[in-house]
Design a protein around this ligand. Structure first.
Ligand code: GLP
Length: 234
């Protein structure tokens, strides 16, 4: 893992844009995208840049079960607001959290990931070390699946909802194996509340109890952190 400490998210976004430019120059055609506050500055910088994504497709990590695309808390809506409506791309894909048959939607999503292949995956990290919505205990060989969100994730994500009761209890998420299949990965983490997860990801044992620890096994991961997120690193 390559660890880069930056002063703030704007600097982090610039570092990530440089990596993205290199990957596009090498022929990257598919980006794996993430939601959450961690990649926001990156999307803003990407929108403001002259980087051409018209030949590039995106595949998002996850979506809540049961929220419509128009719901401001859905990840469809987040992506539309933060990136898609500002930047032309070849195609966008997100899991269909409203599918009647979620198991089929998960299988279809795996086919899509296989067909495209992910060249560069953007990630954030949950306070409990989750990536995508792969909660502690998720098998490293998992593919797209329906997830029961943990109380800790529901609590953390309730800040985006009016009431905690409004947070969906399930999501459709790309699996850990799908994330690991990406050729390159950039993970952003900012703030003291991520320090524990980052320390465990980087120097803890490889364990499904800390899903992001699997990234120790990936050959091309860049971790972009602010000082606060590095505070528990040795
Ligand atoms: C959610 C998302 C993750 C994200 C995490 C952290 O649970 N499913 O993809 O990485 O939250 O979010 P934030 O970056 O807002 O801290």
């Amino acid at each position: 893992m390559k660890i880069i400490t930056v002063n703030n998210q704007f600097q982090g976004a610039e570092v990530a844009l440089d990596i993205l430019k290199d990957k596009l120059a090498e022929g990257a055609k598919t980006l794996g995208l993430a939601t959450g506050s961690s990649p926001e500055a990156f999307y803003r910088a990407l929108v403001a840049s002259n980087i051409d994504l018209t030949q590039v497709a995106s595949i998002n990590l996850d979506e809540y079960v049961g929220l419509s695309k128009e719901n401001p808390q859905s990840y469809h809506y987040f992506m539309e607001q933060h990136l898609f409506k500002h930047k032309a791309m070849k195609a966008h894909f997100l899991p269909d959290g409203q599918a009647r048959d979620l198991e089929k939607a998960a299988k279809d999503y795996d086919h899509l990931i296989e067909q495209h292949g992910i060249d560069l995956q953007i990630l954030g990290i949950g306070r409990n070390g989750h990536i995508g919505f792969n909660e502690p205990g998720t098998d490293f060989s998992s593919q797209t699946h329906v997830v029961n969100l943990t109380p800790s994730t529901i609590e953390a994500n309730s800040r985006f909802f009016d009431r905690k009761e409004d947070v969906p209890t399930q999501a459709l998420s790309m699996g850990i194996a799908s994330i690991m299949s990406a050729k390159s990965i950039i993970l952003f983490a900012y703030g003291a509340e991520k320090a524990e997860a980052i320390a465990a990801m980087v120097q803890g044992p490889l364990t499904t109890e800390l899903p992001a620890s699997v990234l120790q096994e990936h050959p091309d991961v860049t971790v972009i952190l602010d000082e606060a997120a590095t505070s528990l690193l040795k």
